[in-house]
Design a protein around this ligand. Structure first.
Ligand SMILES: *Cc1c(COP(=O)(O)O)cnc(C)c1O
Length: 433
């Protein structure tokens, strides 16, 4: 077998080769094309807002590593920081000033944070936040919202049964009923009853894993009030929203201060990082100062913290005005051209995050998101866009991540292409029914 990557290989051949060694050809199921049909393209390189596949085809990329990238691919500042760090050693298992700097940068941007614990993924951050909340409160139950994604730890892979707020059911084979026994699942944008046995309520302050579903007016404020009343902690999972929708993330944008924050994606500048953060009286419960155990061989890794600090260093209020401006232009244009193609569409947007629902009415929770997705239009639109050079996520529950590398021209081009793609998607969809 020729294992070199030098020989020219097309996407189809690469996918067959991948499937022989990687489960389903991918290392994270969202990358597979299972929900849109077809097989994925393999990326050779990315520059700014573009990626290039191994066949040399260029795509304007709205995936941006699912939001891990905010400055565009191969950002000079991030690259220089990573190269410089790599030359000095990749990991030590001993403290470095790089991890202190990243924690300081997070603290400086988000009022309410005294202490930070760095992890290597968002999943570890939310897992740790739950353990910490349980350790601090001495309570067991967790409330999560249907359609919010908090990584792939067992307790958070819970889906709801019927009824308003219900005991969690395993959302994956391999998750035991016992693992989700303490997880209560409630509909997004509805205030749950928070019992005396609830350690924490965890929420995406802008839901960005069921398409883009904004928190409705007062939802986060009321959650804050109810959690405090019940003696439960409020955890904001800002793995997507953190440092993306505002300089201080969702807590500063909405003026609601949680007890714990979870971060990931942007804070790693494209390398693996997550973080749990909060006030000292809660964070100090973590080992080594407190009794709640948590650890990681690569936590606070020098390359990852260098990339993360470089990414955060380059973000200021002007960045967010620019991001929101691009996203607004994109949302406005997409709505116009998709409606002109006679498709009902809701482009839902919060600052620079946006999602596409083919639906007649705004989508406010997971059930409504599912019923929009079940119309089956997204896959057609996705492929019509992709073949014209616009890469969105290969799944209808993901959002678009216009970043700082996306230019006005990029967005204009996207809208032009969407105009033709929407017509094609509508025709194909009509034929398929
Ligand atoms: C991506 C994501 C996670 C999980 O982060 P990983 O780094 O993929 O483990 C958790 N919460 C939210 C809101 C996310 O979008």
């Amino acid at each position: 077998m020729d294992m070199s990557n030098e020989v020219s290989m097309g996407n189809e051949a690469a996918f067959s080769r991948a499937c022989a060694s990687l489960v389903g050809g991918v290392n994270s199921p969202v990358r597979s094309f299972t929900s849109v049909g077809g097989s994925p393209f393999f990326i050779r390189e990315g520059h700014g807002s573009y990626v290039v596949d191994i066949e040399g085809r260029r795509y304007l990329d709205y995936v941006q590593s699912y939001g891990a990238i905010i400055h565009g691919h191969g950002d000079d500042g991030v690259l220089a920081a990573v190269m410089d760090a790599a030359r000095k050693g990749t990991t030590f298992g001993a403290p470095t000033l790089g991890e202190v700097e990243l924690a300081e940068r997070i603290k400086a941007k988000v009022p309410g944070i005294d202490l930070v614990r760095l992890t290597s993924s968002g999943t570890e951050a939310t897992m740790t936040a739950l353990r910490l909340a349980r350790g601090v409160t001495g309570r067991s139950k967790i409330i999560k919202f249907e359609g919010c994604y908090h990584g792939h730890s067992d307790a958070l892979l819970a889906s709801s049964g019927s009824g308003v707020a219900s005991l969690g059911l395993p959302a994956s084979v391999g998750v035991t009923p016992a693992a989700v026994l303490d997880t209560i699942v409630a509909p997004y944008n509805e205030l749950p009853k928070i019992g005396e046995d609830v350690a924490a309520v965890i929420v995406e302050p802008v839901a960005a894993n069921m398409g883009l579903v904004p928190a409705s007016a007062g939802f986060l404020q009321e959650l804050r009030r109810l959690a405090t009343e019940a003696g439960a902690l409020l955890i904001f999972d800002e793995v997507i929203t953190g440092f993306r929708i505002a300089e201080g993330g969702a807590s500063t944008l909405f003026g609601v201060t949680p007890d714990l924050w979870c971060f990931g994606k942007v804070i790693g500048g494209g390398l693996p990082v997550g973080a749990v953060a909060g006030p000292e009286e809660i964070m100090a419960y973590l080992a080594p100062t407190g009794p709640v155990y948590q650890a990681g061989t690569l936590s606070g890794n020098p390359l990852a913290t260098a990339a993360g600090s470089a990414a955060l260093r380059q973000l200021n209020s002007a960045s967010y005005r620019m991001l929101a401006g691009r996203a607004e232009q994109l949302a406005f244009g997409l709505t116009k051209v998709i409606e002109e193609a006679d498709l009902a569409v809701q482009i839902q947007r919060v600052e620079s995050l946006l999602g596409i629902f083919f639906a007649d009415e705004p989508v406010t929770n997971y059930r409504e998101a599912v019923s929009s997705v079940e119309r089956g239009i997204y896959a057609h639109f996705f492929h019509a866009m992709l073949k014209r050079g616009i890469a969105m996520a290969p799944g209808p529950y993901e959002v678009l991540f216009p970043g700082l590398a996306h230019t006005v021209d990029d967005v204009d081009k996207t809208i032009d292409i969407a105009s033709a793609a929407a017509v094609e998607a509508r025709d194909l969809w009509a034929k398929s029914r």
